[in-house]
Design a protein around this ligand. Structure first.
Ligand SMILES: Cc1cc2nc3c(=O)[nH]c(=O)nc-3n(C[C@H](O)[C@H](O)[C@H](O)COP(=O)(O)OP(=O)(O)OC[C@H]3O[C@@H](n4cnc5c(N)ncnc54)[C@H](O)[C@@H]3O)c2cc1C
Length: 443
């Protein structure tokens, strides 16, 4: 009952205080029905929309119906990791950019849409519903907001339009072999020489570095004193001489991660963001954006998939949905997804008011990653032995090969494996809990 009360409390507060077009608070009776698996949770969490927002939803649907090609939808349905394949992701970004919809979260003057938070939520929901490919977050969701907050006018003028158009693809050079959770221990050294820095060192777990032509990176510019106070933030051209990218294959068999080696790489000092030795402030600012995502929208897709699959599965003549234990587990996940959704809406409201995501992004990160992993586990159990066959051919975009088992089951195991990273990447769950504890307990 405690969870239900919490959902009701935060949703009501959000709807009353932030969402001017909302029809009213969450219906308690309906929450109970969701918990019993009697009503789909989207009926409950969908806001009551104003006629203008309904018209906006219709406009988005109409656009998506026309713009999404079959191969793009196929690619989205077959995505097996956090990252969409680069070809579909960039193709979709170019289509959105042509429409002016590539960066709904950015301020209008830099190419944002000027949508209300309700409209941004509607857009995210509709993209998932229509099977739109996901966009690579390092450019649009991380580098862009960081430059808007901290970049010089010249950096903004050069890089923001290129991020929107997809001309530049960015990767994130934070972690090193000896610096992950303890990021301030990083050792990649940048030594000033004339107007440049000469950079030497190595970065690891660099997602999509093999596709990126730019990297935002933390480097050490001072070796004495407090570790955090000797770090600078650089924008590095990945095509510069001295950079080598070595692949790392993950547990699901995908090439998404890399180790990047930098040997005497020359970077102009004009490519430093913020003051020398003040890169830590920039890094922390960017991490707040990295840690906040509309994870509930993704979670909803997983839960819908599981529910569809459970309806088909026969155990002794009945479907899994007829089993109380299964229904209860699914209902609990739906309630957790609703809670997450309400919290996300609160952060979006803050962003709309020009505020930073703040510590709550750590809370959401933990909530989202752990709920997603529990959902993935339930997905595997639902698919049962159909989750076992390794069938990468069936996951290839445009291939019509009949999979072993139901269509919805083939991505579940690779997704389950890939999503183990959710409680590590961007700061592990333990580190997020430390941040939350510090904020709440003032430690
Ligand atoms: C799929 C994936 C993609 C990634 N992409 C990128 C990327 O694009 N760019 C980038 O820079 N980095 C990236 N990372 C790196 C990621 O940020 C680090 O893996 C993460 O910060 C953890 O650091 P670590 O791997 O060095 O683990 P460690 O820091 O060695 O931690 C090991 C374990 O110890 C625990 N631990 C450590 N310190 C504490 C503490 N103080 N209190 C409690 N527990 C603690 C951790 O929670 C963890 O369980 C990626 C990682 C993954 C898995």
């Amino acid at each position: 009952m405690g969870v239900l009360r919490y959902v009701s409390r935060i949703s009501t507060r959000f709807l009353n205080s932030q969402h001017k077009t909302a029809g009213g608070p969450v219906n308690f009776q309906s929450v109970g029905n969701v918990a019993r698996g009697l009503v789909p949770y989207d009926r409950l969490t969908n806001m009551t929309l104003s006629p203008e927002d309904e018209a906006f939803r219709a406009e988005v649907r109409c656009f998506l119906d026309g713009a999404l090609t079959d191969p793009l939808r196929d690619a989205a349905r077959k995505r097996t990791s956090l990252w969409q394949d680069i070809g579909s992701s960039m193709a979709w970004q170019r289509i959105l950019h042509a429409k002016g919809w590539a960066a709904p979260d950015w301020p209008v003057e830099y190419g944002g849409t000027g949508w209300s938070l309700v409209q941004r939520y509607i857009f995210a929901q509709e993209c998932v519903r229509a099977d739109a490919p996901s966009l690579i977050p390092m450019s649009l969701r991380m580098c862009g907001p960081m430059l808007i907050g901290y970049g010089t006018d010249a950096q903004k003028a050069r890089y923001l339009p290129r991020i929107l158009s997809g001309e530049d693809i960015w990767c994130q050079g934070y972690s090193e072999p000896g610096a992950g959770s303890d990021l301030a221990s990083l050792n990649t050294l940048a030594v000033a020489e004339g107007d440049d820095y000469i950079v030497n060192g190595t970065k690891i777990w660099t997602s999509y570095a093999q596709h990126a032509n730019m990297m935002f990176a933390l480097v050490r510019t001072e070796t004495s004193g407090k570790k955090q106070e000797g770090i600078s933030f650089l924008l590095i051209d990945m095509t510069a001489p001295g950079i080598t990218v070595r692949p790392i294959i993950n547990i699901a068999g995908n090439h998404e991660l890399n180790q990047v080696f930098l040997e005497d790489v020359r970077v102009s000092q004009a490519n430093r963001v913020g003051d020398e030795n003040d890169g830590w402030s920039v890094a922390k600012y960017l991490l707040e954006f990295e840690r906040f995502s509309m994870g509930s929208v993704e979670l909803r897709r997983t839960l819908d998939r599981i529910e569809g699959l459970a309806g088909q599965t026969r155990t002794g003549g009945a479907s899994l949905m007829d089993e109380p234990d299964f229904r209860q587990r699914l209902a609990r996940l739906k309630i957790d997804a609703m809670t997450l959704e309400a919290e996300e809406q609160r952060v979006l409201a803050n962003l709309s008011a020009g505020k930073r995501p703040g510590t709550v992004s750590s809370l959401l990160r933990v909530q989202h990653s752990e709920t997603q992993q529990r959902a993935d586990t339930l997905g595997i159990e639902t698919a049962a032995y159909y989750a076992a066959p390794y069938q990468p051919e069936a996951l290839e975009v445009g291939v019509n090969q009949q999979p072993v088992g139901p269509e919805d089951a083939i991505a579940l195991m690779p997704m389950y494996l890939s999503n183990r990273m959710k409680t590590i990447a961007g700061g592990s769950a333990e580190i997020q809990r430390n941040i939350i504890a510090k904020a709440i307990l003032g430690l």
